[in-house]
Design a protein around this ligand. Structure first.
Ligand SMILES: CC(C)(COP(=O)(O)OP(=O)(O)OC[C@H]1O[C@@H](n2cnc3c(N)ncnc32)[C@H](O)[C@@H]1OP(=O)(O)O)[C@@H](O)C(=O)NCCC(=O)NCCSC(=O)c1cc(O)c2ccccc2c1O
Length: 321
């Protein structure tokens, strides 16, 4: 039954709910619980504020981080926020619009693995250096007939392993997108749990792109990019935007602006470029107030239809990690 309430009646209902909440969960009783688990009254107040107070609007303070190998990263920046549970992983190849090679992916996997194992981390941001691109996909300069190669003599496309890692990671991963998220870069933002986009963000798949050239007088198509992602890049996109729109994105290789992407269900929010990091951090802070166990089980439950039984293993493994 749908009831029509006047604004005045709604305000009265709101007040009654607030006073009921206060009665059931008075600040004094929550504070005393915080005291029982906190080492000092000050940290109890701090815990109370963190759970029930306003979300801080201050920018996060980042410090560089390494994984257990202690090896410096070259293709990415890996940072953790001071005093909060946020990790930030930035693809650092702006001169190539943050395209990735096999080595970039190896570093991304090391950072994600560290963020997973660090129990002080509850949310992970994935982004690209600069404002021109989140990521432009596989580095075309490293592409051979055998796949993508850098230091190794055989080609590979380990970005598929990274996609699986992000899906199975028992913590929320948030794509923070400024500029282009195209090709494999578009797939990367889609496999993240949430996407916050700047107004200048542009989304699209380039894999099917071809160019026309003349051959014995008749037009034929020569493949230009000629790559496709028939795994998550297709199934998750179809789930997000629906099968017709997904086919449009892949078959036509069109680009979509941030507001179009939001309307299609590809992104959670569009914000001004200058507010992008602050807003993304705010989303992380709101997540960090909630139960990490509920979130990790919900993440795999929400992914289970696409990830099948392997996806369902995650919560149980996660309880022991
Ligand atoms: C991203 C762009 C639309 C940006 O255009 P813009 O005009 O802003 O910039 P430029 O084009 O001038 O680029 C500046 C500079 O960066 C270089 N660069 C850009 N993108 C790449 C790239 N992907 N690889 C290598 N280098 C790149 C560019 O050459 C310029 O260098 P200069 O030296 O000339 O300054 C536009 O750049 C663009 O369209 N880029 C290509 C995007 C693309 O086609 N990517 C798809 C590659 S395929 C892929 O990603 C892929 C992903 C998967 O998940 C797969 C899964 C399974 C199988 C295959 C997969 C796969 O192939």
């Amino acid at each position: 039954m749908v009831e029509d309430y006047s604004m005045k009646e709604l305000k009265t209902i709101e007040r009654r709910i607030a006073s009921l909440n206060n009665h059931l969960f008075p600040k004094s009783s929550i504070l005393s619980e915080c005291r029982q688990i906190s080492s000092s009254p000050a940290s109890a107040e701090d815990s109370y504020r963190r759970i029930h107070g306003e979300v801080s609007k201050e920018p996060a303070v980042w410090r560089p981080a390494l994984d257990e190998s202690g090896k410096e990263f070259t293709d990415i920046h890996y940072e953790k926020s001071v005093g909060e549970g946020i990790a930030k992983i930035t693809i650092n190849r702006p001169e190539r619009r943050n395209a990735f090679g096999p080595h970039t992916i190896k570093e991304l996997m090391r950072a994600f693995s560290d963020a997973r194992d660090d129990s002080s981390i509850g949310a992970i941001i994935l982004t690209g250096k600069g404002t021109k691109a989140f990521c432009s996909g596989g580095d075309q300069a490293l592409r051979t007939s055998d796949g993508y190669t850098d230091f190794e003599s055989f080609g590979r496309l380990n970005v598929l392993d990274l996609q699986v890692q992000i899906r199975r990671l028992p913590k929320p991963v948030i794509a923070m997108v400024a500029g282009y998220a195209v090709g494999g870069g578009h797939v990367l933002h889609m496999v993240c749990d949430l996407t916050i986009a700047a107004e200048n963000a542009i989304f699209g798949q380039t894999g099917a792109k071809a160019k026309v050239s003349s051959y014995f007088g008749s037009d034929i198509f020569h493949v230009q990019v000629g790559s496709f992602d028939a795994g998550y890049g297709s199934s998750i996109m179809s789930r997000l935007v629906g099968p017709k729109k997904a086919k449009e994105m892949w078959f036509l290789s069109r680009f979509y602006n941030a507001y179009e992407a939001e309307k299609m269900g590809l992104v959670n929010a569009v914000v001004k470029l200058e507010n992008l990091e602050l807003e993304t951090v705010k989303w992380c802070r709101e997540i960090l107030r909630n139960s990490p166990t509920a979130i990790r089980v919900l993440k795999s439950a929400l992914n289970a239809v696409d990830d099948g039984h392997a996806g369902l293993q995650v919560p149980f493994a996660a309880f022991n990690f």
